[in-house]
Design a protein around this ligand. Structure first.
Ligand SMILES: [Zn+2]
Length: 186
């Protein structure tokens, strides 16, 4: 999969819950943006911001850009290779099967908190790349979780809305002390 790897781009401020853009349904990127400087700069800044904030993903609305663009990366695990920084434009996600599993999530726009969120184990995403090329991705587990978390942002949804119960919500420091698991996400 093509990756964008320009970490020299400027970083942007991440907006937090309460900023109205986080609750807006983002606009599709128009056709004439593909291969444009405008879109590649947005993508580069999103990747730089994701890395600088130590997140696993970032959606454009989180930097107050109400466009359907997301970036993410997936660290190496025992079973799977790492996925480098990836930019998806106008993604369309659908679950594959009905199997869901709980996992811990956090969010750069909801700093300091973690909560248990049910997500589909496997999803399929159709999207465009920055150059307009069409891609189709089938993802499992953590990869699928990141994609569901980030595509939700494009519809004004945050992980808190997806929690089965608010009882699992906890501060990161307490979570690290008592609950730390491998399947966390930012
Ligand atoms: Zn988030």
């Amino acid at each position: 999969m093509p990756v964008a790897d320009d970490v020299s781009a400027a970083t942007r401020d991440v907006i937090r819950l309460g900023h109205p853009v986080l609750r807006r349904v983002a606009e599709p990127v128009p056709e004439d943006w593909f291969s444009s400087e405008r879109l590649s700069q947005l993508a580069d800044e999103m990747i730089a911001t994701m890395h600088s904030e130590e997140g696993a993903g970032l959606a454009a609305p989180q930097i107050a850009e109400s466009w359907r663009v997301l970036v993410y990366w997936v660290p190496e695990t025992e079973d799977e290779e790492a996925i480098g920084p990836t930019v998806l434009v106008n993604p369309e996600l659908r679950p594959v099967g009905s199997n869901q599993e709980d996992g811990w999530e956090g969010c750069l726009s909801v700093p300091g908190l973690r909560g248990l969120v049910p997500r589909y184990h496997r999803v399929k995403v159709k999207a465009r790349l920055v150059d307009g090329k069409k891609v189709s991705i089938t993802a499992d587990g953590f990869h699928a979780r990141v994609l569901q978390h980030e595509t939700d942002h494009l519809d004004g949804i945050v992980y808190l809305d997806r929690m089965t119960s608010p009882k699992s919500l906890c501060y990161e420091e307490e979570w690290e002390k008592s609950i730390l698991k491998e399947d966390d996400i930012d």
